[in-house]
Design a binder for this molecule. Sequence first.
Ligand SMILES: Cc1ncc(C[n+]2csc(CCOP(=O)(O)OP(=O)(O)O)c2C)c(N)n1
Ligand SMILES: [Mg+2]
Length: 221
Amino acid sequence: MEQHSDIKDTMLSRADVKVMNRSELTRRLKGMLKNDEAVVGGIGHTNFDLWAAGHRPQNFYMLGSMGLATAIGLGVALAQPQRRVVALDGDGSLLMQLGTLGTVHASGVKNLAIIIWDNGSYQITGSQPTLTESGVDLVQTARGLGIAQSAWVRDEDDFDAKVARALTEDGPWLLCVRTDDQPPAGVTDRDPPQIRDRFMRGLGVKGEWGTTMGADYGPKG
Ligand SMILES: Cc1ncc(C[n+]2csc(CCOP(=O)(O)OP(=O)(O)O)c2C)c(N)n1
Ligand SMILES: [Mg+2]
């Protein structure tokens, strides 16, 4: 992206950007993954759409905990610095775990991109409004917590351009996207041990089925 559009982007606010569709953008994101990037989907609709976009072995689906996609993504990024990691979280989830962004900053991690789907609500539990509807700007918040490369996404083309940078240039990145209230495109298979297991194999830290490498990951002592 050209320098002048970066400067304009720092002046964008939530009110300036297009409201887009999370399912469609999740499919766009998947289409841009070329290098076995790890993708961690946050609770609820965020990971449902990730699942519906087409399962990959490098995907992890957070089923029960709000705001942990970014924390899990940070752990993966620090453990595997050669791999690009994308964490997807909802606005309500991020608001519940804001301190994680400060930890991301302090860690010095470079290979992490955080995408926030800001629909202004806790959609999955009945669309109660979140604080973003009252004017809390998550991009400004993230900058205050040290994520300098934080930006609102203007439209679909801008999503493609910013994700392309976040997948190749040093981060950490935080891209905030306004999303509509449409339901997700599917529902993740609810099988936490299998989700964990497939992810570990997808990241190459557990052997193929039928090998004994996995014995290292059982309970110790
Ligand atoms: C600590 C905690 N509080 C409440 C819930 C119930 N809960 C699950 S998802 C969710 C809403 C998540 O909101 P957001 O991240 O904005 O995603 P959206 O539903 O809008 O896609 C809530 C309140 C929970 N799982 N954990
Ligand atoms: Mg939300």
